[in-house]
Design a protein. Structure first.
Length: 330
């Protein structure tokens, strides 16, 4: 049988529910002898149609990486979501994207899937179009645990509450943020705890505080999904490779002891690593929240607390098996 199986969704976070969809899609594709394809969108549709984009769990590059890691045989296709794309009718989407571009024979979506101008299309409309255009449709079953259905919303709520264990239970791995190391005021170095200061972080942040973290370095690449996602569909490979770097302790907040009125910052002290990281891209996996951010009486008290934070972070990280051979943490 020719054609493709197309699983459609935002797949933000590529959580355990998404992973179940990918597993089922890959199995169905093997049974039917067709190619499995994941169709996802960038940026998030809500950011374009004015509903306000939710906090991002994974950048496009990370999403691709996680999907390909979960199912190496799946082809990932990213559709640039803009107003022109959003304005097409449900029929035009089915005809142009699913049939003409992707040669869909089976289309898998979530129960709440909406598409086309004004979100006019739903699963019933998609099925009707499939009957006319020659593809089957199926809505994937929801999966979860005793606390409820696995969903990106559930992960965002857990992160916002600082409940990293709850987020990890849904994701199947720790939540991570990523950014570029920039030059800060180097105060951490004078305290004996040099830090990498991260800029351009786009993923959802937990409440201000101190966290035990595991850090990967991302290899730079010009193969940027943002640059390669045009108005038409495009198959993308993973643009970034990562390698395990070190464990550490991170402060997310406004540093009230040293700089009153400062904007929020993300500073990471990496254990047992002396290396110039300026300009490096890092992925910081948030393992455990150690404490909330607080103001100290002076630098001596702050230095003492940082030493305690580092000790506590090492204790947390000692329970996690470090990657071997330079492999990424997750």
């Amino acid at each position: 049988m020719s054609g493709r199986l197309v699983a459609i969704g935002n797949f933000d976070g590529v959580h355990r529910g998404h992973q179940a969809v990918l597993d089922g899609a890959a199995q169905d594709a093997r049974t039917r002898g067709i190619e499995p394809v994941v169709l996802t969108f960038d940026p998030h549709p809500a950011a374009v149609i004015g509903r306000g984009a939710p906090a991002m769990l994974t950048l496009a590059s990370r999403k691709i990486e996680l999907i390909e890691r979960a199912q190496p045989g799946v082809r990932v296709v990213v559709q640039r979501f803009d107003r022109a794309f959003a304005s097409q009718s449900p029929a035009a989407f089915a005809e142009r994207v699913l049939v003409s571009d992707l040669s869909a024979r089976l289309v898998i979506v979530g129960k709440n899937f909406r598409f086309g101008q004004g979100r006019a299309g739903d699963f019933e409309v998609l099925s009707s179009l499939g009957s006319r255009l020659g593809f089957e449709t199926r809505s994937h079953a929801l999966v979860g645990d005793e606390r409820g259905t696995f969903s990106s919303t559930r992960v965002r709520e857990a992160i916002a509450a600082g409940d990293l264990d709850a987020a990890r239970a849904v994701l199947g791995r720790p939540h991570a943020i990523s950014g570029v190391v920039v030059r800060g005021d180097q105060r951490g170095r004078t305290l004996g705890f040099p830090t990498a200061n991260l800029a351009s972080v786009e993923e959802a942040l937990p409440p201000f505080g101190v966290y035990a973290v595991a850090v990967d370095r991302l290899a730079s690449s010009t193969d940027d999904p943002a640059a390669r996602t045009g108005s038409t569909l495009e198959a993308l490979g993973s643009p970034l490779r990562s390698s395990g770097l070190a464990g550490g302790v991170a402060n997310i907040g406004v540093r009230p002891t040293v700089k009153v009125g400062a904007p929020p910052s993300i500073e990471v002290h990496l254990f047992d690593l002396e290396e110039d990281l300026y300009g490096a891209q890092l992925r910081v996996h948030l393992i455990s929240r150690l404490r909330g951010e607080q103001r100290f009486s002076g630098l001596d008290e702050l230095r003492s607390q940082i030493a305690k934070d580092a000790h506590d972070a090492r204790a947390v990280l000692s329970t996690i098996r470090a990657p071997e051979g330079g492999a990424p943490w997750w």
